[in-house]
Write a protein of this length. Structure first.
Length: 377
């Protein structure tokens, strides 16, 4: 992409927005941009046959057989903030979002930003570079990415669709300050009413389950904000981690963490497997062409295949960095654990993960559907 495409971003248009990021052309930002480009300088963007993406896992009897997949993953995008929505909350040594304080239980600090970038890499590998499964038009002109996190998906989508105006929304302004000209980021709560002045050709969301209590209400908003003929796509993981051969029980701390997380979330009003009920919600709402696909991300390099091994290694790193942050607010506020108990438990879970005794995986779900061309709002 040409450098000058990243030196401006459109003015804020959504009336409920509280902050927007505009690009700067600082040298520091340019360095970030270059590092970002490096993470994409591999062969992952080739469109593979879909069967290559959504495949199952086979235990590898020789875990060293497949060499590392793709390039080094040492480079990552860091962000700097330029926003008025930065009166962050600090708890247990972690930083949390300020806008609609308390709504989302995971941190938004540098460690979490790095983890989301790592997770973006896992999505890239898992989907062999594909960003979406919905058969959107090449001429897509408007796209909304809800709960966009670091904005990595939105930026990449904008790069690939230079004539599409891409809007990313999140509770946290943790997106980079240098972005393609056709991207804007808005601080917004996707569980409040969306007040965008225009409708979108494509609405995308990825890994927002932990923030959503009422998927019916979310689907209502999606319906209202899609153009007739437009597509919605959800990309989600759902808990708990599981194993097909019962080896998860060899990791009791991991198993306990897993189940506690699901039950604490349920007590807080969020089902971590809620995505499984969303196809029905979409159908009831009137969406057409409701499609589903699924894959599995192995935890650790136990599964056969280069791609599976790479995903497994990265997911292991991701989870080692996520256990404490994911659990702290939920376990202390909902389950009544002390901070010390959470930290001790997290260490035990880390030990289980590092021991690699289980053939554990997390199920990944892809769901896409179309608002009928003759839809009546
Ligand atoms: C696990 S992260 C995923 C980020 C991004 N979609 C990705 O795949 O890299 C979940 C994101 O959802 C955002 N989120 C959670 N609840 C939200 C809400 N009610 N409104 C807007 N964003 C929300 C969080 O701030 C966080 O950035």
């Amino acid at each position: 992409m040409a450098e000058d495409e990243r030196t401006n971003s459109p003015d804020l248009t959504a009336s409920q927005a509280t902050a927007t990021h505009h690009s700067d052309a600082s040298g520091e930002g340019q360095q970030r941009l270059e590092r970002y480009a490096l993470t994409h300088a591999d062969d992952l963007h080739e469109e593979p046959p879909r069967t290559d993406i959504f495949r199952g896992l086979v235990v590898d009897s020789d875990p060293d057989r497949d060499s590392a997949y793709g390039d080094s993953d040492s480079s990552s995008l860091t962000t700097s903030l330029n926003s008025s929505v930065t009166d962050y909350k600090y708890e247990h040594g972690r930083r949390y979002h300020a806008y609609q304080e308390g709504k989302y239980v995971l941190p938004n600090d540098d460690a979490e930003i790095q983890r989301l970038e790592l997770q973006h890499r896992i999505w890239q590998i898992s989907l062999s570079g594909r960003l979406n499964s919905a058969p959107i038009s090449e001429n897509v002109s408007s796209c909304l990415d809800i709960g966009c996190g670091t904005g990595a998906w939105a930026i990449e989508f904008a790069d690939r669709h230079p004539r599409c105006q891409v809007t990313g929304t999140d509770l946290s302004p943790i997106q980079p300050d240098i972005v393609p000209r056709n991207v804007e980021f808005i601080v917004d709560d996707i569980t409040s009413e969306w007040l965008y002045p225009q409708k979108f050709d494509f609405i995308h969301s990825r890994a927002i389950t932990v923030g959503i209590k009422d998927w019916g209400a979310l689907v209502d908003q999606v319906w209202k904000n899609l153009k007739p003929g437009g597509w919605i796509e959800f990309q989600e993981y759902h808990f708990p981690f599981t194993s097909d051969d019962d080896t998860l029980k060899l990791c009791p701390a991991l198993d306990l963490w897993n189940n506690n997380l699901a039950s604490a979330s349920a007590k807080a009003g969020m089902r971590l497997d809620a995505i499984l009920g969303v196809p029905e919600i979409l159908q009831e709402k009137g969406f057409a062409n409701v499609n589903q696909a699924a894959t599995k991300w192995p935890l650790g390099p136990w599964a056969k295949g280069k791609k599976e091994k790479k995903v497994g290694e990265l997911l292991e790193r991701d989870l080692l960095g996520a256990i404490e942050g994911t659990s702290m607010r939920l376990y202390t506020k909902i389950l009544g654990w002390s901070e010390e108990a959470v930290r001790k438990h997290a260490e035990e879970v880390h030990d289980d993960i590092r021991a690699r005794r289980a053939h554990a995986y997390i199920p990944i779900d892809f769901l896409w559907a179309q608002k009928p061309i003759d839809a009546v709002d």
